[in-house]
Design a protein around this ligand. Structure first.
Ligand SMILES: *Cc1c(COP(=O)(O)O)cnc(C)c1O
Length: 404
């Protein structure tokens, strides 16, 4: 059987396209907030597959629903619709501002769909000149050519040929900059209500309200990229619900499938018709396996029990991080919402977030970075409080080594 073939981390360097540099261990099993590697070493996982494993590893109900669906129907393409997709769409519409849903496979594809929808909508309703997209500096929207162009970080777009035209960038949380840039040519403004990759930076409510007003004034659509901030991550089902500012299009991925690849673009009856039959599509989009899992993820997360639990865990985690900051001086501030938390490295340790990741791993703890200066934590939304306490202990050991 092919499964008995021995493989190791060294094979990665020999076999794989070298666009990633994975850590030196290979995880083989996960349960809840714990992972085990090939050698049987155990880790507490505060990385959560980059904010994806919203219910931890191998959640029994997700295993059950996936297995059940696997015995029934895997794939039919969009030549046919399917029951899990319709049930999931119905629940997403009931739970949000949206009237309509498009299922795709990744955050980048959801954003690609959102940008294409915004352009097509403006094209059909106003005219071809209304195609400009305004995004925020230091944002992240995915790795397709359109989404790296909108993300606007040169390191992700350089060397890939001409970027997509008609995109500009303004500083995040700076309403004057947006007011100066937006015009009748703007078809959409896109932003993350809580910037993830950019350093775990929340948008202020006043900013979001003012962005909404500017969009309405100029007939531009407002797109919220909630690929990372959505699906309960901030303690509400979507981050926009904290501010009460409603977008015209919202993208969701990462946590929506709890680890099964699926993504969604949500929008309204006013905007959706621009993607008429044949204008856009995706072979796997709305795949029954992904939709069945995501339906159960939504059922579990969209409850007061889980969402309130996120706020409690946020308090425990950030109190612990602040205590470590006071004791060791390694962090200058702790920020974020819910269970997307950033610990900003103090002056002396700037640029060393990767080093913290490595030291933490040696202590049996998995964390993320958001840029070189911010240690990012995105654990399971239902991580046991005991695991948070133990993780803080392991982090303390790692930070002591950093501070030595
Ligand atoms: C991760 C992320 C994406 C890209 O998602 P993929 O599934 O990797 O394509 C887009 N936007 C935000 C805010 C993200 O955090």
């Amino acid at each position: 059987m092919s499964q008995s073939m021995q493989v190791s981390r060294a094979d990665f360097d020999r076999l794989m396209v070298p666009n990633y540099a994975p850590v030196d261990m290979i995880p083989v099993r996960g349960k809840g907030s714990r992972l085990w590697d090939q050698q049987g070493r155990e880790y507490i996982d505060l990385a959560g597959g980059i904010a994806v494993n919203s219910l931890g590893h191998a959640h029994p109900e997700l295993v059950e629903v996936l297995t059940e669906q696997a015995h029934k129907l895997w794939h039919v393409s969009n030549i046919m619709t399917n029951e899990p997709a319709l049930r999931l769409a119905s629940k997403l519409v009931a739970a949000t501002f949206a009237d309509r849903v498009l299922f795709v496979n990744s955050g980048a594809e959801a954003n690609e769909s959102a940008f294409k929808l915004a352009r097509r909508w403006a094209h059909d309703n106003v005219g071809p000149d209304k195609h400009e997209i305004i995004a925020c500096s230091n944002s992240f929207h995915g790795r397709t050519l359109f989404t790296v162009s909108v993300g606007g970080q040169p390191k992700y777009s350089q060397g890939f040929g001409p970027a997509i035209a008609g995109i500009s960038h303004v500083p995040y949380n700076d309403i004057a900059a947006l007011a100066a840039q937006i015009s009748e040519r703007t078809c959409a403004v896109v932003l993350e209500p809580l910037q993830g990759e950019g350093g775990v930076i929340p948008a202020s409510t006043e900013y979001l309200q003012a962005v909404r007003e500017l969009c309405d004034k100029h007939g531009a659509l407002l797109i919220f990229d909630e690929v990372q901030s959505g699906m309960g991550r901030t303690g509400k089902l979507f981050a926009y619900m904290h501010s009460g500012v409603t977008p015209d299009i919202l993208t969701s991925a990462k946590g929506i499938g709890g680890g099964f690849p699926i993504a969604a673009m949500l929008t309204t009856d006013r905007v959706a018709p621009a993607l008429s039959v044949g204008s856009h599509g995706s072979t796997y989009g709305g795949n029954p396996l992904g939709c069945a899992v995501a339906e159960r993820v939504l059922d579990i997360i969209n409850t007061p029990q889980v969402l309130d639990g996120v706020a409690q865990r946020h308090a425990l985690l950030t109190d612990g991080l602040r205590a470590l900051a006071d004791e060791l001086g390694v962090f200058s501030s702790i920020r974020g919402q819910g269970l997307l938390v950033g610990a900003v490295l103090a002056e002396r340790w700037r640029g060393q977030a990767g080093q913290v990741m490595q030291l933490a791993q040696q202590e049996g703890l998995l964390v993320l970075q958001a840029g070189a200066d911010v240690v990012r934590l995105a654990p399971s939304l239902i991580i046991p409080e005991a695991d948070i306490r133990e993780a803080l202990g392991r982090l303390r050991s790692a930070l002591q080594k950093l501070a030595e």
